[in-house]
Design a protein around this ligand. Structure first.
Ligand SMILES: C[S@@+](CC[C@H](N)C(=O)[O-])C[C@H]1O[C@@H](n2cnc3c(N)ncnc32)[C@H](O)[C@@H]1O
Length: 258
């Protein structure tokens, strides 16, 4: 697929190539506004933030642009190319602190944080539950006293998980595991249950499989295209889940404090 350099912000690549144009803008910005509300409710002269897995920094900017008062935000991202893009994209208008080309597992912090936030990154933190729970524990240890951890991820009943032909993400990735983990160790956990609708009317209104196959790759986190049988099975699952040409990924914003 060609990269449209004149339209930098919407350069689609790999399995993400069609996902951003499917999401309902208003649903996404309601999620951004919830992040912002949570961050703005922390009263401090200067807030020290960390974005875990900032990618190219688009979500980071949507959030930082709306923060009241003084702040400094560190960036953590294992993909060096994405991090360089984020740095160039964010530094002109946002207060960026330290930049770490690291995964959460290998991150060695230089300071504690008032707010740690992360948007759709938990799926990639670990391959087994023991290591995953270690990351959950680590995030709490990175918080300063009165600090807040904000994790955006999908619940078990998300249409994303319902339409998959096979389990790609082990169940410990689901929002419910994170919520239970933190409740069990006595932390305060608030959960905002948000909508994240995706338009799939294009896929449902044609007997051609082009967009269906691209959507399959995103949902199954793979570069491989489905065969014809998998395509038909995937289409049936989408048809069953959809309401008025939309799926709902149902994002949960999990807010944890000590
Ligand atoms: C779906 S993208 C989300 C990017 C961004 N947070 C957003 O919401 O637009 C997932 C990001 O997590 C990053 N990531 C992968 N493994 C990670 C890890 N172990 N620790 C931190 N981030 C990781 C990826 O490189 C990628 O940038």
């Amino acid at each position: 697929m060609a990269n449209w350099h004149f339209w930098g912000e919407k350069e689609f690549s790999d399995v993400y190539e069609n996902i951003y144009i499917r999401s309902v803008m208003e649903d996404w910005y309601n999620i951004v506004f919830e992040f912002v509300k949570q961050i703005n409710s922390v009263k401090k002269d200067k807030k020290i933030l960390l974005d875990v897995g900032c990618g190219e920094g688009h979500t980071t900017k949507q959030i930082l642009d709306r923060i009241n008062g003084s702040y400094e935000c560190d960036l953590l991202e294992p993909n060096q190319n994405a991090l360089s893009t984020a740095e160039a994209f964010l530094t002109p208008e946002n207060n960026i602190g330290k930049i770490y080309p690291r995964s959460l597992g290998t991150f060695k912090p230089d300071r504690k944080y008032d707010i740690i936030f992360t948007s759709h990154t938990n799926y990639y933190w670990a391959l087994n539950q023991k290591d995953y729970d270690r990351q959950l524990q680590k995030l709490i240890e990175l918080l300063d006293k009165n600090g807040k951890l904000i994790i955006l991820t999908l619940p078990e009943n998300s249409d994303h998980y319902q339409i998959m032909l096979r389990e790609i993400y082990p169940k410990f990735n689901y929002a419910e595991h994170i919520i239970n983990f933190y409740k069990k160790i006595g932390l305060n956990v608030e959960v905002e249950k948000l909508k994240m609708k995706m338009f799939i009317g294009d896929i449902l209104s044609t007997d051609k499989f082009f967009d269906l196959k691209i959507f399959y790759r995103f949902i199954h986190n793979t570069d491989s295209f489905p065969n014809d049988k998998e395509s038909v099975d995937f289409l049936k699952k989408i048809q069953k889940c959809q309401k008025n040409n939309y799926l709902d990924f149902k994002d949960y914003l999990i807010v944890v404090s000590k």
